[in-house]
Structure formats: structure tokens, C-alpha cells
Design a binder for this molecule. Structure first.
Ligand code: SF4
Length: 414
């Protein structure tokens, strides 16, 4: 029998070579996935149950209560969706339009500006398959894929052989790491690790732009001009360069402009591409879908036929200014990911969660709705970190409801 392969939804690398075995309707064996993927695909440590005010209810009652909260809210917020399929995300956008809700996702405080610049053609990008086939210089900047996306280096960016990279990593590729600490990825990069102090990324970017422009680069920290020129030279000589941008860099620069400057300069003298190291498997998908609908990737509010957009519509600002009176959180856990001073505002409004697992947010929610895990229990499509659409089928049969089905039922009950 021909081997069937499945897709791992453990991160936005969406590895598509996963082999499984099923015993008693449960995954008994998962091959090729990393430990992070196995943890995602196996059952939650604490599977969610449908609850209203902490008491168990059936899913119909939970959906009815959720619809009533959204219907009665003047300023509802819909947030999350990075772990939902594309069709579920589109349904959430439709629900936001119907309820005149704010809609936002985690990209508004992580990779959003980079994705926006890529979608606006301000930053040149490429696919991971192109990196595998052609990339001779790969820079991991503020990123540690060895831990965040464990198969990134082995499947696409450093170790594999590709069309024009037949001799493998040691001879055919140069891997460079720029980071504030010696991460596992930095160790792999050996003497191509450039350690910088926290918040020094923009200064190094400007020094590199100077070096690539034929000027003597200078920085205020202990990295001499010779070392910066050596780095700039490696970048300049690349036939197909790729920068994999992690949160360490994103959090250190005020906006995306320093990166745009660097990419513009690199593409004057060389050939460089940038890929954002997106975390949740379909966060980029949400940004693409909202962009298609509104022209914005996140931080939006539907108001009849208008769309408001801006920092004031981000989850952080909305909670800080107490501007929302209900929140629907889909596949996300803002109670654990947002600063405590902001997250605590969720305790003052009715919160609805849709999640396969119990989270800090679902524990505090007025309504918790249990959904299936997309990837293992329901199929669909998602956008990989490099913008490529990936289709996946469910691994385990289930009669339980997906995010999309739950959102459809909430829409019907409004
Ligand atoms: Fe899954 Fe990501 Fe690991 Fe690939 S790298 S197996 S997508 S968790």
C-alpha cells in the first residue's frame, strides 16, 4: 500500500511528510515530526470541555450563550485564529463583520509589520523550497529555529541538498546567526555567530548598510569594523541570500523601516530574500485573509460598511483603554501571552473561548467551547511561514465540531 503523508500543524513550517499509525481512533505512532509537533498532534494535556460560568454544559447551550454575549455587546473583540484553518478564519472575519467587532491576532505584537511589508511588496521574499534549492547564505537573525521550528534547518534552510546546493551544508551553504545570546542555532553556525547586545539590532543594520555602501562601519558596542566588514562581505557575495527574521529582531527595532533599509541595500549589491519566522501554524493565513478582505492584516474594526484600522484596534490597546465589552478568543491564550496588567482586563468582560485544550484564558472564560484540534482532527488549508498554501487532511475521524463549524453555529444563533 502506498504510504500516506500528513501535515504537522505544530508550527508554521507545516511539515508535510508526517507518517502516522492509529489504534482505537487515537494516534499511536507519529513518525518524522519533531517533539513539538508530536506534542501538538497528540491529545491536549487537559482537553477542553464546554462550560458556562464554570459548569459543564452541552455544546448547543455553550454556543447559544456565546451568541447571546456577542449579540448584546456594543464593542466585541474577536482575537486569535493563528491555530485555525483558513476557512475557519474566513468565518471569524464574517462573524466580525456581522457583529461590528474589532478583530486582531497575535501578529499585531509580533511578525505583523514584516508580513505587511512583504504583502505590500516592500520586502523581497521567497519560498522555503527556493531556499532549499538555491540559498547559499542563510542568516538567522534574532531567531533560534533549532528550538522554535525544530526541522527548519534540516528540512529547508541549512542541511538539505537542493537543486543548486548538491554538496550539502558544509561546502554549499554558509549559515550566519546574529543574536544576543549563544542559542542552539548560534552553536550550529560556529564562527559565523555574531553576538550583539540587546536592542543593538538597528545599530548593526545601519553599520551593515554603511559597509555595503563602501563606508567604514562603526558601532558603539564591541564589534570592530573588520568583523562588520567580514559579515557584509559574506552577504554581498551571496548568490541567493535569505534572512530568517525572528522575534529577537522584531522586538528590538521600532518598526519595520530598518529592515526595509537593509533589504533595499542588500538587493542593490546582492540578491536577498526575507522569511518571517512565524510561530502559530496559520497566523500568516489570518493576515492574508484579513488583508484580502480589508487591505489590513490585523488591528481592524468593522463598522457597517467601513473598516477602522490602527494601533487603537489592537488587543493590547483595546484592553488597556477598556474599549471592549466582550471577547471571543479562538485558539489563543492571551491570559498567558499578554502582560499581566493588560490581560487582567479580560477578567472584567465576558470572554468566550473556542479551543481544544484548557488554557489560562479558558479557565477564566464565561463560556468555554471545546473544538477539535485542526491538523489532527480536522483538515483544511493554511499559509506556511513563507506564504505558500498547504492543504492538509484530518488524521483521526471525529464527530466533534471544528472551529469553523462552531463559528457557523454561532452565526446562525445570533
Ligand atoms: Fe511540526 Fe514544526 Fe516540528 Fe515540523 S518543525 S514537525 S511543523 S512542529
Amino acid at each position: 500500500m502506498e504510504q500516506e503523508y500528513y501535515v504537522c500543524t505544530g508550527c508554521a513550517l507545516l511539515c508535510d511528510d508526517i507518517e502516522i499509525e492509529i489504534t482505537d481512533k487515537k494516534l499511536s505512532k507519529i513518525n518524522n515530526a519533531c517533539l513539538k509537533g508530536v506534542a501538538r498532534l497528540k491529545e491536549c494535556a487537559e482537553p477542553a470541555e464546554c462550560k458556562v460560568d464554570g459548569s459543564n454544559v452541552n455544546i448547543d447551550d455553550a454556543i447559544k450563550e456565546a451568541a447571546s454575549i456577542l449579540k448584546n455587546a456594543s464593542n466585541p473583540l474577536i482575537f486569535g485564529m493563528g491555530n485555525s484553518t483558513t476557512s475557519a478564519q474566513k468565518k471569524a472575519i464574517e462573524l466580525a463583520k456581522t457583529t461590528n467587532a474589532y478583530i486582531d491576532d497575535t501578529s499585531s505584537f509580533c511578525q505583523g509589520p514584516v508580513i505587511e511589508a512583504i504583502l505590500g511588496d516592500r520586502i523581497k521574499t521567497c519560498t522555503l523550497d527556493e531556499v532549499k534549492d538555491y540559498s547559499d547564505v542563510i542568516v538567522y537573525w534574532g531567531a533560534d529555529p533549532s528550538n522554535s521550528h525544530p526541522r527548519h534547518l534540516s528540512k529547508y534552510t541549512y542541511f538539505p541538498r537542493g537543486k543548486e546546493r548538491q554538496r550539502g551544508w558544509e561546502e554549499d551553504r554558509t549559515a550566519i546567526c546574529i543574536d544576543v545570546r549563544k542559542s542552539d542555532t548560534a552553536i550550529i553556525c560556529g564562527d559565523k555567530f555574531y553576538q550583539i547586545p540587546p536592542q543593538a539590532d538597528e545599530e548593526l543594520i545601519d553599520a551593515l548598510v554603511a559597509a555595503l555602501s563602501g563606508k567604514v562601519p562603526k558601532v558603539s558596542f564591541g564589534m570592530g569594523p573588520k568583523k562588520i566588514l567580514e559579515l557584509a562581505n559574506m552577504l554581498k557575495k551571496a548568490k541567493f541570500g535569505t534572512i530568517c527574521v525572528g522575534l529577537g529582531l522584531i522586538y528590538s527595532i521600532p518598526d519595520v523601516e530598518p529592515l526595509v533599509r537593509l533589504m533595499n541595500k542588500l538587493n542593490e549589491v546582492s540578491n536577498f530574500h526575507l522569511i518571517p519566522m512565524v510561530g502559530q501554524y496559520n497566523m500568516r493565513g489570518f493576515d492574508h485573509n484579513l488583508h484580502e478582505e480589508t487591505g489590513y492584516i490585523n488591528r481592524a474594526r468593522f463598522q457597517e460598511s467601513d473598516v477602522e484600522h490602527g494601533p487603537q484596534c489592537s488587543i493590547v490597546e483595546l484592553l488597556r483603554t477598556k474599549s471592549v465589552d466582550a471577547a471571543l478568543i479562538i485558539g489563543s491564550d492571551p491570559m498567558s501571552s499578554l502582560p499581566g496588567t493588560i490581560a487582567k482586563e479580560l477578567l472584567d468582560i465576558p470572554v468566550i473561548t473556542i479551543d481544544p485544550c484548557v488554557t489560562m484564558t479558558s479557565r477564566k472564560a464565561k463560556v468555554a467551547i471545546a473544538s477539535v484540534t485542526s491538523g489532527s482532527e480536522c483538515g483544511g488549508t493554511a499559509i506556511r511561514m513563507d506564504g505558500v498554501e498547504v492543504e492538509f487532511k484530518p488524521m483521526i475521524p471525529t464527530d466533534d465540531l471544528s472551529d469553523e463549524e462552531i463559528l457557523s453555529r454561532i452565526m446562525e444563533a445570533l
